[in-house]
Design a protein around this ligand. Structure first.
Ligand SMILES: [Zn+2]
Length: 269
């Protein structure tokens, strides 16, 4: 674990924060919610076989933590694409304050008191904050999104929409499956090489017929190529730490889902 990352506990809610992100944010763990059984206890997915009421209570716990109405929390709907959507007055609360009507793996906003939620159970969730333009983003990248450069597209969207300068952006790469555990066939490195060429070779290790991929290293490279210099990798592997985090691979898919959440503070509107 990077020394800038801290494990925190508040009334049973266990989460991780990063010192370099200067706005409210966290990465959730399994712990602090009301779900039961294999979803015990802070499952944030409505499609994991959980009672809807339990999931809503779990979001309420997080809304209380951030000090905002639950209806303002805004969800991605992750489809392993490379789309980035803007959260404005019309799309705020997507998935909670209003019915889910988009498919997007990354969202950005400059609205205060609107927590942005991106989801993981091995995939990489990255939180972004530009304190100068006062804008934020959350980006989900599995291997497909990583190959397609969705994280750089999220940075570009913050530039276009809010005038964010990449050198001002603070980024943290959340708990996710690391190269110790991310074993793949040739399809994954092939997809990476197709979009990134030789640059991706340092992040691919071949062992016999299998490959081990450093998704965090590739995402850091994509951020740095986009001009973002303040990048922290949590260093937390969800599969190694499957007692703390749901790992898709460690559970064969019988699991809940965690979120990386980030918010701008401001006058309550
Ligand atoms: Zn591992």
């Amino acid at each position: 674990m990077d020394q800038l990352i801290h494990r925190r506990e508040e009334n049973g809610l266990i989460y991780y924060t990063c010192d370099t992100i200067t706005t409210p944010h966290l990465f959730t763990t399994k712990f602090g919610g009301v779900s039961t059984g294999y979803l015990s206890s802070l499952n944030l997915g409505f499609n994991r076989g959980d009672e809807r009421e339990n999931v809503l209570k779990n979001y309420q716990i997080l809304a209380d933590h951030f000090g905002v109405p639950r209806e303002r929390m805004t969800m991605t709907k992750q489809v392993h694409g490379d789309c980035v959507r803007v959260v404005d007055e019309n799309t705020m609360g997507m998935g909670l304050g209003q019915p889910m009507s988009w498919q997007t793996d990354a969202i950005v906003t400059n609205l205060p008191n609107v927590p942005l939620c991106g989801y993981y159970a091995d995939c990489v969730v990255t939180l972004l904050h530009d304190p100068v333009s006062r804008s934020i983003g959350v980006c989900h990248s599995g291997w497909r999104g990583t190959a397609n450069g969705i994280l750089a597209k999220t940075v570009h969207t913050m530039q276009e929409q809010y005038g964010a300068q990449p050198e001002n952006i603070e980024a943290v790469i959340g708990p996710s499956i690391h190269s110790c555990c991310f074993e793949t066939d040739a399809d994954v490195p092939d997809a990476m090489r197709e979009t990134m060429g030789q640059a991706v070779e340092p992040f691919i290790e071949r062992r016999g017929a299998k490959y081990f991929i450093d998704l965090q290293g590739i995402n850091r490279m994509r951020l740095e190529d986009a001009g973002v210099k303040k990048v922290t990798d949590s260093g937390l592997c969800t599969k190694c730490m499957h007692d703390e985090f749901w790992s898709h691979r460690a559970t064969n898919g019988r699991r809940g889902v965690q979120a990386g959440i980030i918010m701008l503070e401001g006058e309550q509107s």
